[in-house]
Each structure stands twice: as structure tokens, then as C-alpha cells.
Design a protein around this ligand. Structure first.
Ligand code: NAD
Length: 359
């Protein structure tokens, strides 16, 4: 039993998405906490990612768009959550280049609506109850812009977002902090590096590579594959968020990274060699399918995160190595092809996104 969840009512926005569903699967294991998933089920949200837990008596699902103020307020009035983990977002950088409007609407306006609703219920509580409340705003390291060869992002790095996605997340982060400083809402902001693991939507980098390899398609690598990301296994991010709810400083910010800097080409090559071992192709290594394609416009070169504050204050550190997490991820995609087919039969059909021409 954990003190962050026991006896509490917790709302997880975006709980049918990749990270949100991993968080929900973890939280509901404590039967004494009530978990309410608030999700609009956009193309990226899938109840199939929650099929193992939705029947639990302590798990409820509310199909709500966070930009619908009346519905959000109703949900807060009904459940009166002590803890809100806010993960609902438009999250795919390439989509933000083609169609930024939804990113502004959900990530900025939706976050404002949630903060306002959370503040409304928080104000009605006693002082003791207020002290136990948290609004955990989950953001990305992409708000800090792009690094060169050296250095790392930390909680004190100035914001310099460069894509419509990261700019919309940055706007939301500023609102979340303002709701703490101006109104006293107990907000904590987290900025995390690239996640990977099971149940990630098939348009994201690692699932795209696995699927293309297995289908015998070209494995697309943007530019020369030199861009570097700091990969964090999704369950380690979930643990980080739980630590924040339990021990995080109200009004504080925590940056989380996996300490696993890899170039995109390194990641692709490693996936190919895991597949060569787990699912050999009689025609030879999967790395023969690698093909360099047009780069993403404004592609940030490098992200890396210094998580030492989180290690010191929260006692958090990642439990998975990159190699271990990647093996588990590839194995999961090999065993759960039907999940990928089912989620892709929705709006996403595998087209190349993010070459520009936003509307
Ligand atoms: P995802 O795209 O897999 O899931 C997003 C979820 O939000 C989906 O279930 C979707 O249905 C829901 N959603 C979208 N718009 C909504 C709306 N208007 N109302 C209600 N629900 C809506 O995203 P993810 O990768 O799980 O990311 C979750 C959060 O973590 C995001 O805020 C993202 O910015 C942040 N983050 C992600 C990463 C990463 O590598 N994936 C890294 C750092 C931070």
C-alpha cells in the first residue's frame, strides 16, 4: 500500500493513452484508492489499453473532452478528487506540424479548464483536506528546446520551445504554475524525457520501427539518424509520478530522464538486432530495411535530462536499463500485434506526418 493513493480519489486525464494507461494500471492495484480515468478517446486513446483493469471496482471511466468546461466541472463535482494527474494532451510532434490547432485547444485551453475546475473543488475543502490535494501537471523536456553536443536540461533551464507541440506544452506549464502562485492550487510540474514501452501508439518512433521491420517495409530514419533522445522506460516514469504525489514539493518542478542518450540510428539498429534474435528473418538482418528519409522541419538535435533533483528529493531513479526496457518493449509488440492492428484501424492509418503545411 502506498501513501499517495490509499484511500484517495485520483483523476487521471489522458488515462487511456500510453503513459496514462500505464499509470492507471499501476494505481488501481491498490484497492483502497479510487481511480477515475478522464479521457476523450481521441485517435490516441484506447480502452483496449485498460482492458485488464476497467472491470476493477475501484476504476471508473469518464469519456470527457478536457476542453468541455461543463463536463469537466461536473466530473470534479461528482468525484471530488484529491489527486489529479494531468496527462491528456495532443502529443505527437509530427501531427503538431501538420495541424497545430488541436494542440493549442487541448494542451493550452484544456489545461486552463482543468485547472479552473480543480481550483473550484479545492476551494470548497477544509484546510486539512486541501493540504492532501495535488495537481500534477505532466509535461515534457521538449519545452526546453534543443541541446548541442554538451549539457543537460534541468528544472532551472529557461524555456525555449521550438515546435507547435512543445510550445503548447510550455503554455500549459506556465498556466499550471500561475494557478499555484496566484490562487494557491497545489500544483507540481514534471518535465520528462522520451518514454518508451508497451501500449505506445503505433505512430511513435519505436513502434513504427518494429512494425516496419516485421512488415518487410522500409524502416524510416529521419535525416541521418543523428538526433539524440534520452529514453525513459514508461514504468519508471509512472514510478516518478507516484513519487511526486507522495513526496513532491508543492509549487515545485521535477525533471525526469532515463540517463539513456541514444541517437535515433542507434535505437533502430538495436531494435533490428533484438528482432534478429527474437524473430529472425530468413532473408537476413532487419537492418537492411533501414532507409534515410526527409528530416522533420526544425528537428531538435539533442535532449538530455539531469534528474539529480528528483533523485535527491524524491529518492527516485529509473529501475530499467535501456537495453532491458527495449527488449521488453519489442517482445510486447511481437506478442500484441492485434492491439496495434486494432488501434490503427481508427483514425491513424500509418501515413507519413509532419512535413509541414499546417492548417
Ligand atoms: P498519448 O498521445 O499516448 O495519450 C494522450 C491521451 O490524451 C489519449 O488517451 C487521448 O485520448 C487523450 N486526450 C487527447 N486530447 C484530449 C482531450 N481534449 N480531452 C481528453 N482527453 C484527451 O500521450 P502520451 O505519450 O501518453 O503522453 C501523455 C502526457 O505525457 C502528455 O501530456 C505528454 O505531453 C506527456 N509526455 C509524454 C512523453 C512521451 O515520450 N510520450 C514524454 C514526456 C511527457
Amino acid at each position: 500500500m502506498r501513501s499517495d493513493s490509499t484511500g484517495r480519489t485520483i483523476v487521471v486525464t489522458g488515462g487511456a493513452g500510453f503513459i496514462g494507461s500505464a499509470l492507471v494500471r499501476s494505481l488501481v492495484r491498490d484497492p483502497a484508492c479510487r481511480v477515475v480515468v478522464m479521457d476523450a478517446l481521441t485517435y490516441a486513446g484506447n480502452l483496449e489499453s485498460l482492458h485488464t483493469v476497467l472491470r476493477f471496482p475501484n476504476c471508473s471511466f469518464e469519456r470527457i473532452d478536457i476542453t468541455d468546461a461543463a463536463a469537466v466541472r461536473r466530473c470534479f463535482a461528482t468525484y471530488s478528487p484529491e489527486i489529479v494527474y494531468h496527462l491528456a494532451a495532443e502529443s505527437h510532434v509530427d501531427r503538431s506540424i501538420d495541424s497545430p490547432a488541436a494542440f493549442i485547444h487541448t494542451n493550452v485551453v484544456g489545461t486552463y479548464i482543468l485547472l479552473d475546475a480543480a481550483l473550484g473543488t479545492w476551494k470548497l475543502r477544509s484546510d486539512t483536506e486541501r493540504a492532501a490535494c495535488r495537481f500534477i501537471h505532466v509535461s515534457t523536456d521538449e519545452v526546453f528546446g534543443s541541446l548541442g553536443e554538451h549539457g543537460k536540461f534541468s528544472e532551472t533551464t529557461p524555456y525555449a520551445p521550438r515546435s507547435p507541440y512543445s510550445a503548447s506544452k510550455a503554455g500549459a506549464d506556465h498556466l499550471a504554475r500561475a494557478w499555484h502562485h496566484t490562487f494557491g492550487l497545489p500544483v507540481i510540474v514534471t518535465n520528462c524525457s522520451n518514454n518508451f514501452g508497451p501500449y505506445q501508439f503505433p505512430e511513435k518512433f519505436i513502434p513504427v520501427v518494429v512494425r516496419a521491420a516485421l512488415n518487410g517495409d522500409v524502416i524510416p530514419v529521419y535525416g541521418r539518424g543523428a538526433n539524440i533522445r534520452d529514453w525513459l522506460y514508461v514504468d519508471d516514469h509512472v514510478e516518478a509520478l507516484r513519487c511526486v504525489a507522495e513526496r513532491g514539493r508543492v509549487g515545485g518542478t521535477y525533471a525526469f530522464g532515463g540517463g539513456n542518450e541514444r541517437s535515433n540510428l542507434d535505437v533502430v539498429t538495436e531494435i533490428c538486432s533484438i528482432l534478429d534474435e527474437m524473430h529472425p528473418n530468413p532473408k537476413g538482418s532487419y537492418d537492411q530495411q533501414i532507409s534515410f528519409v526527409a528530416d522533420r522541419p526544425g528537428h531538435d538535435f539533442r535532449y538530455a535530462v539531469d534528474s539529480s533533483l528528483a533523485q535527491r528529493e524524491l529518492g527516485w531513479k529509473p529501475a530499467h536499463t535501456f537495453e532491458q526496457g527495449l527488449r521488453e518493449t519489442v517482445e510486447w509488440y511481437l506478442q500484441n500485434d492485434q492491439w496495434s492492428l486494432d488501434v490503427m484501424s481508427g483514425a491513424y492509418r500509418g501515413e507519413r506526418l509532419g512535413l509541414g503545411g499546417g492548417v
